[in-house]
Every structure is written in structure tokens, then in C-alpha cells.
Write a protein that binds this ligand. Structure first.
Ligand code: GDP
Ligand code: MG
Length: 750
């Protein structure tokens, strides 16, 4: 099968084109650096199928960043049959810089002039034919997003790949051309493949080339001794870059017709507000709150008190009233949550339970299915709609280009302290799932920055942790009558972000010191997210969630059920307190006393310790465990088979009622689960991505210590507010100590 490689600048639309060609659903993000690894798929629409490889985005073929190394090695060593160089037509000049380098390799290529729709919309014109004539490589205008021009592109590609292509360079007019040519001839004589490309790189004295062809370096050095340019002296790398840019600006202008525009673009105007020095962060916090309010609020229009306790315009219609109103008007997220839980899940699991109960199975089998499996699964599944809604909002923020601005704003604030915007991108991805986010840290060139980033990614609460948050927030509101669910979940997300930033700052100033590499990123233009793209994201998320529910979580609930219903003598217990799980739970329970869910709890207090441990398998298991245990509670009441299936919130409510846990302890419980060792998939990824075994071991320790300390602080401050001053004082002392210590190290006066 023929292989075509997609190469281009970050954010030029490679993945969008890849998806359009292969029908796959790889993640498209409106910020640079989403695709770190190369990815393969098959294009089947043409004659014979072609394998398509999506390479990471790059600005040049120099070996400075991991993406550049991956893409360069792929094109040079794995020799694809053709390179599709995708070029963002709205940024032609910058994108063609890479084109001029790929052209130098002896490989067939076509240029995909992407985002032509955006160019036209802005009122500009780019003439593909003129560009093609100038540059000598086929150019096809396309819109990857709208699927326009793609068949033509593939047609031209198929034609091109049947032909040989010798590399060509745009440096012909420059003072270095003779030298390049001499080096090329010498390399060619030695049988080097793609001699022109290597010759140019050698002239630039690129590190990799110098090592590979040491014998040719002398030619370059000798030439250098006799040469000097007015502007660049003997910096050949700069001379080559200048030569490329000069060529581009002299030759591409005829192809581009810009409409005269003195007005700033809408994107620029939006950015003046959204990335404002002072208002940028508050605006982000407000947007984030709006999202949580839409998803979780039970008092959506802030009218609760005005409407009164008994506000219920649909009184009499039994079902719908409870779904839409409750003293106030519910937010859309809560309405959907209610419909899903009170109507759909209730019907499905209720019906199934009746069926099982009537099937005449033995008592323990009915218990296993109805309490263990249905109890655990329904508790976890009950949160699917809210996960999807939150995820939808995050996808919109990301796809519109807004999240890239957040990285930009944070970079501006934190760069001085050793934390760059590059590191924020994988962190923000962590809101979806830690696994791809950790893989994405490969964009960070510095090992120490990378280690620090991998460690804090789990603090950006992922979709799987949401059930914990929602279930407990809902139960707190319902049971203790404190606060609003949206405020609690929002604050917990912020807590995660704050702990993450604080931890990175501490690490970057103590054990993980290092320079902050420059962060060059142009902000992608804002655009309206594409509906089908969003739906694909949601569908992926749903599939993933359902698959997980019916595999890992299902298996865990079964194990939990057995451990709750059997004693050490392998006989069924008549009271949950005599079960294996209870004795294990009671054993570890005291560990959590400083966090508020340890020895101070009554009777069934061990369930919180157990739930936290099951979270190490998958974070949904925390709530799944509550669901199974809550369904089993009737065991305590001596009725073995009692069919009890309900959502996660009521499971936690039952736990609160039976253990006497306080609100600060519940919040500490959320904090602990959010910050502690993530699920095993994330742990395995961290292990693979971290540079050494030692770094990995320290990471596990870091997660345990951070979660324990922060959760203990939450509990202690929540229970005795004045202790906040003690913690603040300790933080100030520790901070000053670090600053002084670093100054001493640098030999500065304190
Ligand atoms: P990559 O980083 O090169 O893989 O780029 P992506 O495929 O992730 O796309 C970056 C952004 O550009 C996304 O927001 C896409 O929706 C958008 N995009 C891609 N192709 C087009 C296009 O043809 N027209 C427009 N207007 N936007 C596009
Ligand atoms: Mg990509």
C-alpha cells in the first residue's frame, strides 16, 4: 500500500484533513501541539487504498523540538511515497517557510492550500495556479473543514507519486548556493539519500548533520573563513533562513490578493478583551462559573427564594414537576440529569430488577445482580448526562480557540516563575482525560518541566472524577442543606487548578529547576465550533464511558459485592459489618482521621476509606462502590433480598445518614480523590512518559503526600476556620525559605 505523510505547521488543519481522508475521529484541537505522535489511517475513496500518516505539527525541519525530530525522521528515514504539505492559507508566509525545506528532500509532494474558506470569507484571494507555477510543486486549494477540494488533492497526489522527484531549493539566488551545491555533489558521491536537503542542513551546521557527515564539515568551515555577510556575518543558519523568507515574500505576493482592510479583524477585537492583562483571568473564571452553573445549578435564575419553597407550576403532573422545578428553576444540566435518572434509568433498572426478582433465582444471585451490579452501575451511569454536558462546553471552549488564549494568559503570568504556556496546554487537556494529556507533554523539550507537568495533570479534574464531585455535592445540598451544587463543583475544579499551579511552581523552584524555553505561539483565529465535530467528541466520550462501565466498573462492583456479603469464612454474612470488606475498611480507616473520614465516623464509616481505595482502579468506582454498598444497606436490616436501585446522589445521601460524616469531611473526601494517585491507566501512562524509574516513584509519593496534606487542610480549615491563619503563616515561611535558599545558591546577597 502507498503511504502519504501529512506535514505542516501546528494548527494548519492536518488532523482535520486526516479525519476527512480516513474517516477517523482523531482529536482536532484549536491550538498548536495537539498531535504529538504520528497516527495512521487508510484513505479508501480513490482507486487503490492509501495509508495516510498524520505527523506532528512543525515550523521547520530543524531538530530542536521532539515534534521536529519525529516529523523529520519520518520523512527522511521512512520514506513515504509522497508528502502532502498542508499550508494554512490565512498565514501563507509563515507556512511556506516549512514548505521550502520539505521541497529540498527528494520526495514527491503536493501542497494542500488549506482553510481556503476562511481566506474567501475575509475577502482575500489566493491563486493556487500562480503559486504552483512559482514554486514548482502542485498546489490544490482545499477546505479540510468543509471537505472541499479533497478529491482533487488526492487525485493530484496519486499522479505525483507515480513520478520521481528531485529536491529543489529556493536558495539559488543566495551567496551560499555555490557552497550548498558543492556539498551536495560531495554527499551525492558518497551515496547519501536526499543530498540537497542534507547539504543545506550541513551548511547551516545543524547538530545532527554535523555528527552524521563529519567529513563534509571542513568544506563549510573553510568557506566560512573567507566569507562575511554585511548583516549576518558568518551565521549561515540565519543567512539560509533569510534567503527562504526573502524568496517567499518576493514570490508569493503575486498569488495573494489582500483586500484592503484598515479595520482590525473581529478576532483581534475579541482578543483585546479576552486576553486583557487584568481582565483576562476574571473573565475566564466567570465563563467557567457560567458553565458549572448551566450544568449543575438547582437555582438557575437565582429566583429560589423569590419563588418560595412550594414553587411548582406543574403541580399535579407527578413526573415533570420534580424534573424541572424544586423551589427554583433547575438549570438545563439538572433538568437533563433528572430526566435521565428519574425517568429513563428508573424505568430501565426498575424494570430489570422486577424481572430478576420475579425470576425465582436464589437469594444471593438476586442480591448480586440487583444490589451489586445494578446498584453500582446505576450510580455511575446516572452521571453520564452531566459529564457530557460539561465536556461539550469544554469542547466548545477549546474548538473556538479560547482555551489557547488561556494558555497564553497563564504564560504571561507564570513564565517568570518557571512555568511556560506550553506546559499549560497538556494540563488543560487533562480536563478530558489524563492519559492523552500526559502523552501530550512530549511537546515539552525540557525533561524537568515535563516531569513537573505530568505530575500535576491529574489535578485537572477529568471526566471520570466528575461523578464523585456531583454525587457528593448533590448529597451535601440535599442532606445538609448547605450551598449550591454548582458552586461546590466549581470550587473543587478551581482547587485542583490552584494546587496544580502551586505544585509546579514549588517544583520548578526546588527539585525541578530549569530554564523556561521560549513559547512562541500565534493565537489561532476564533471560529464557531463545528457541530458534527462536537458530536463526534461527545459520541467518543459516551462510547468510552459506557465501555468502561460495562467492563472495569462492572467487574469492580461484583468484587465489592462479594467482599461486602461474605466473611472471612467464605459464608454469607447477615450483617455488613462482619464482611471481609468491613474488616479491611476498618483496618485502613484510621489513616484518614486527619482528613475527617477516619476513626471519628460511626458504624459504617469505613465505606469512605474503601471507596477511596477502589478509585485507584477507575475513579468512577468511588461512586460505584457507594452505589453497591447503599444497595446492600438493607442487609443490616436483616432483609437479604431487597431490590434497591438508585442514583449516585441517593447512595451518598445514605452514606452520610449512616456515618455522621460532616460537610468539611465530605469536601476533604472530594479533594483527596481528586488529587491522589489517579486511575491505573493514568499511572501506567505516567510511568511510560516519565524519564526514569526514580522520577516515577517520586511521582507516586508526590500524589499521596499532596492529596493527603491538601485534604487534611480542607478538613481542618473547614472545621475550625481560624486554622487558615496557621496554614497561611506556614506557607509564607516555606515560600520565603525557598526564595532565600535559591538566592544563596546563586551567590546573591540575601
Ligand atoms: P493540526 O494541529 O494541524 O492537526 O490542526 P487541526 O486539524 O487540529 O485544526 C486546527 C484548527 O483549524 C481546528 O479548529 C479546525 O477546526 C480548524 N480548521 C482545519 N481545517 C480548516 C479549514 O479548512 N477551514 C477552517 N476555517 N478551519 C479549519
Ligand atoms: Mg493535529
Amino acid at each position: 500500500m502507498k503511504r502519504f505523510a501529512l506535514a505542516g505547521n501546528p494548527n494548519s488543519g492536518k488532523t482535520t484533513l486526516f479525519n476527512a481522508l480516513t474517516g477517523s475521529t482523531a482529536h482536532v484541537g484549536n491550538w498548536p501541539g495537539v498531535t504529538v505522535d504520528k497516527r495512521e489511517g487508510v484513505y479508501k475513496k480513490g482507486g487503490e487504498p492509501v495509508s495516510i500518516v498524520d505527523l506532528p505539527g512543525i515550523y521547520s525541519l530543524s531538530p530542536y523540538t521532539p515534534e521536529e525530530v519525529i516529523s523529520r525522521n519520518y520523512i527522511l528515514d521512512e520514506r513515504p511515497d509522497l508528502v502532502i504539505n498542508i499550508v494554512d492559507a490565512t498565514n501563507l508566509e509563515r507556512n511556506l517557510y516549512l514548505t521550502t525545506q520539505i521541497m529540498e528532500i527528494d520526495v514527491p509532494m503536493v501542497i494542500a492550500l488549506n482553510m481556503i474558506d476562511a481566506v474567501e470569507k475575509a475577502g482575500d484571494k489566493i491563486d493556487a495556479a500562480t503559486l504552483e507555477k512559482k514554486i514548482g510543486v502542485p498546489v490544490v486549494a482545499i477546505s479540510a473543514l468543509k471537505g472541499e477540494g479533497i478529491d482533487k488533492l488526492m487525485q493530484r497526489a496519486a499522479d505525483e507519486c507515480a513520478k520521481e522527484r528531485k529536491g529543489s531549493t529556493v536558495l539559488k539566488g543566495t551567496a551560499l548556493f555555490h557552497l550548498i551545491n558543492d556539498v551536495r555533489i560531495s554527499l551525492e558521491g558518497k551515496g547519501v539519500k536526499a543530498p540537497l536537503f542534507h547539504a543545506v542542513k550541513l551548511v547551516e551546521l545543524d547538530e545532527i548533520e554535523v555528527k552524521m557527515h563529519a567529513d563534509c564539515v571542513k568544506m563549510v568551515e573553510e568557506f566560512k573563513a573567507t566569507f562575511s555577510d554585511d548583516t549576518f556575518g558568518t551565521d549561515f543558519e540565519a543567512l539560509v533562513a533569510d534567503g527562504r523568507y526573502r524568496y517567499i515574500s518576493e514570490n508569493f505576493t503575486p498569488a495573494l490578493e489582500k483586500k484592503n482592510r484598515d479595520k482590525e479583524s473581529a478576532s483581534d477585537r475579541a482578543d483585546r478583551v479576552l486576553t486583557h492583562k487584568i481582565w483576562g483571568i476574571p473573565i475566564f473564571l466567570v465563563i467557567l462559573f457560567a458553565i458549572f452553573h448551566l450544568t449543575f445549578s438547582e437555582n438557575f435564575l437565582f429566583l429560589g427564594a423569590a419563588l418560595g419553597e412550594d414553587f411548582d407550576p406543574l403541580a399535579g403532573s407527578e413526573h415533570w414537576a420534580g424534573v424541572l422545578f424544586g423551589g427554583g428553576i433547575y438549570s438545563p444540566g439538572v433538568m437533563i440529569f433528572n430526566i435521565w435518572n428519574d425517568i429513563i434509568l428508573d424505568f430501565v433498572f426498575g424494570g430489570l430488577s422486577d424481572l430478576i426478582a420475579g425470576a425465582g433465582l436464589s437469594g444471593w444471585a438476586t442480591g448480586l445482580i440487583c444490589d451489586g451490579i445494578f446498584g453500582g452501575l446505576s450510580a455511575v451511569l446516572s452521571f453520564l448526562p452531566q459529564i457530557l454536558i460539561l465536556f461539550l462546553f469544554f469542547s466548545i471552549l477549546e474548538d473556538s480557540g479560547y482555551m489557547a488564549r488561556i494558555a497564553f494568559i497563564l504564560d504571561r503570568i507564570f513564565r517568570r516563575f518557571g512555568l511556560s504556556g506550553r506546559a499549560f496546554m497538556p494540563m488543560i487537556m487533562g480536563f478530558g482525560c489524563s492519559v492523552p494529556a500526559m502523552i501530550n507533554t512530549r511537546t515539552l523539550a525540557d525533561d524537568k518541566e515535563r516531569t513537573a507537568t505530568v505530575r500535576v495533570i491529574p489535578f485537572f479534574s477529568c471526566g471520570a472524577k466528575l461523578p464523585i464531585l456531583t454525587a457528593i455535592a448533590g448529597a451535601i445540598v440535599g442532606q445538609a442543606g448547605v450551598g449550591n451544587a454548582d458552586l461546590i463543583t466549581y470550587s473543587m475544579y478551581l482547587l485542583g487548578i490552584i494546587v496544580a499551579i502551586a505544585s509546579v511552581l514549588i517544583m520548578r523552584n526546588t527539585t525541578m529547576k530549569g530554564d523556561v524555553p521560549p513559547f512562541i505561539m500565534e493565537l489561532p483565529a476564533y471560529h464557531a465550533p463545528k457541530f458534527t465535530g462536537l458530536m463526534i467528541h461527545l459520541w467518543d466520550k459516551t462510547k468510552h464511558f459506557v465501555k468502561k462501565a460495562f467492563t472495569i466498573i462492572l467487574a469492580s462492583t461484583i468484587v465489592i459485592w462479594f467482599l461486602t456479603n461474605f466473611g472471612w469464612d467464605w459464608r454469607m454474612v447477615d450483617e455488613m459489618d462482619k464482611s471481609i470488606l468491613a474488616s479491611l475498611g476498618q483496618f485502613i480507616q484510621p489513616l484518614f482521621t486527619p482528613l475527617g473520614f477516619g476513626s471519628q465516623l460511626s458504624k459504617w464509616g469505613w465505606v469512605f476509606a474503601v471507596a477511596a481505595i477502589t478509585g485507584l482502579i477507575a475513579k468512577e468506582d468511588v461512586v460505584g462502590t457507594f452505589g453497591t454498598l447503599a444497595a446492600c444497606l438493607p442487609i443490616m436490616l436483616d432483609t437479604l433480598v431487597d431490590v434497591e436501585v438508585d442514583g449516585g446522589v441517593s447512595a451518598v445521601t445514605a452514606m452520610i445518614a449512616n456515618t455522621g460524616i460532616t460537610v468539611p469531611a465530605l469536601i476533604a473526601f472530594i479533594a483527596f480523590n481528586m488529587l491522589t494517585i489517579p486511575c491505573f491507566a493514568a499511572v501506567a501512562t505516567a510511568k511510560a512518559e516519565l524519564p526514569s524509574k526514580k522520577a516515577f516513584n517520586m511521582t507516586i509519593l508526590f500524589w499521596i503526600v499532596t492529596s493527603y496534606v491538601v485534604a487534611a487542610m480542607v478538613y481542618v480549615i473547614g472545621s475550625w476556620w481560624w486554622t487558615a491563619f496557621l496554614f497561611a503563616a506556614a506557607a509564607v515561611i516555606a515560600g520565603s525559605f525557598i526564595v532565600m535558599h535559591n538566592k544563596l545558591l546563586k551567590g546573591e546577597k540575601v
